[in-house]
Design a protein around this ligand. Sequence first.
Ligand SMILES: [Zn+2]
Length: 114
Amino acid sequence: MHELYIAQSILDSAVSHCLESGCSRIESVTVQVGVYSGVMSEALNFAFDVIKVGTIAETASLITEKVAPQCVCKNCAQIFEPADRFILICPECQSMDVSLTKGFELQMLCLEAI
Ligand SMILES: [Zn+2]
């Protein structure tokens, strides 16, 4: 279950950020999770709830923000949401020369600590 590993790294960096800024308790951690990142928000939340026990994040909530995939057409500069991860075609000019610019995110956005 790789969500456990990810939750652990989120917790570790949240704890060190918190301590560095002289705080003693984490209120909430917000992470951006791309739809194509392969991470299940529910599993991530579950793992976080298990590992936070006994840490300064014990009462913290993990907030996951889903990021929808986005493509940019290199031919006509159209920005669109792909219908399928593996079939990337511009709806405007039908070009297949497109690049996926969003959807793989997995990053900590915000940390609330006191
Ligand atoms: Zn196009």
